[in-house]
Design a protein around this ligand. Structure first.
Ligand code: SF4
Length: 252
């Protein structure tokens, strides 16, 4: 387990890119797509570029924001930073030169811990050797059903200090998870008005595989119309395990 005392575990989001396109069933109720539409209507300058209406929407066209690259330098105290809550950094329309700039910022600010999550694992794997991988970057892929196991195999080849799976919104069972080279698994049900229900057996199956493989497991929520209403206990226990970041803490 990690020593959390060395870092302030406040969460922050950083969006050097915005916009995306739906790629798999996990995207069906994308909150970012709906939020971008509202932000565009409110006149937010970061959300004025429209995406393809078949896969994206108003204000959700893929856009890079060079002016956002400086933001992490202004945060003096260490933070856990979720990168691109409103986009996917490895989208085909984000130039590799810009992805490199994002990685440069993460390398230049080692007091922060960055969590990067993608559904574009194939592109991630293809360009991984062109990026520097500082130990404060945690790289993850979304795995909402067993149809996405190729993403896990691609992630396992990436030289990130921490590789994690986000099994959320969980839409089906995940038997025989390939956990070799995976440092952390998060699971959770979908929330919001159109939430698709999660079967508790799917969560138990993931937990049991993580316990057997000694992979830290974090159960985020059951989900439902109101995210918090269902709580986050699983068979009477709260699962808050975190990856072993001793390598990262030693490097700081
Ligand atoms: S990949 Fe993520 S940001 Fe992009 S459409 Fe899907 S859920 Fe939304």
């Amino acid at each position: 387990m990690s020593d959390k005392s060395a870092i302030e575990w406040t969460e922050a989001t950083w969006n050097p890119t915005t916009g995306c396109d739906r790629v798999s069933p996990g995207c069906d109720n994308c909150y970012a797509l709906a939020l971008a539409k509202r932000l565009k209507a409110m006149g937010n300058p970061k959300y004025q570029n429209d995406g393809d209406q078949r896969t994206s929407g108003p204000g959700f066209g893929v856009t890079t924001h060079p002016d956002a690259l400086n933001i992490p330098y202004s945060w003096r105290r260490p933070r856990v930073v979720f990168v691109n809550s409103m986009s996917d950094l490895f989208h085909a329309r984000v130039p590799i030169g810009f992805i490199k700039q994002v990685f440069d910022v993460m390398q230049d600010t080692p007091h922060h811990t960055y969590q990067v999550l993608t559904k574009r694992a194939r592109r991630l794997e293809r360009i991984a050797d062109k990026l520097d991988w500082p130990s404060n970057v945690w790289m993850g892929v979304s795995v909402e059903s067993a149809d996405q196991y190729d993403r896990i195999r691609d992630l396992a080849k990436v030289p990130a200090a921490v590789r994690f799976l986000s099994c959320e919104p969980l839409l089906g069972p995940l038997p025989d998870l390939p956990l070799d080279g995976i440092d952390w698994v998060i699971a959770g049900g979908e929330s919001g008005f159109s939430a698709r229900p999660v079967d508790p057996e799917w969560i138990r199956e993931i937990r049991d595989q993580c316990v057997a493989a000694r992979t830290p497991f974090f159960f985020k929520q059951w989900g439902g119309i109101r995210a918090k209403a269902g709580g986050r206990e699983l068979d009477g226990l709260t699962w808050d395990e975190m990856p072993d970041t001793s390598r990262h803490l030693r490097a700081m």
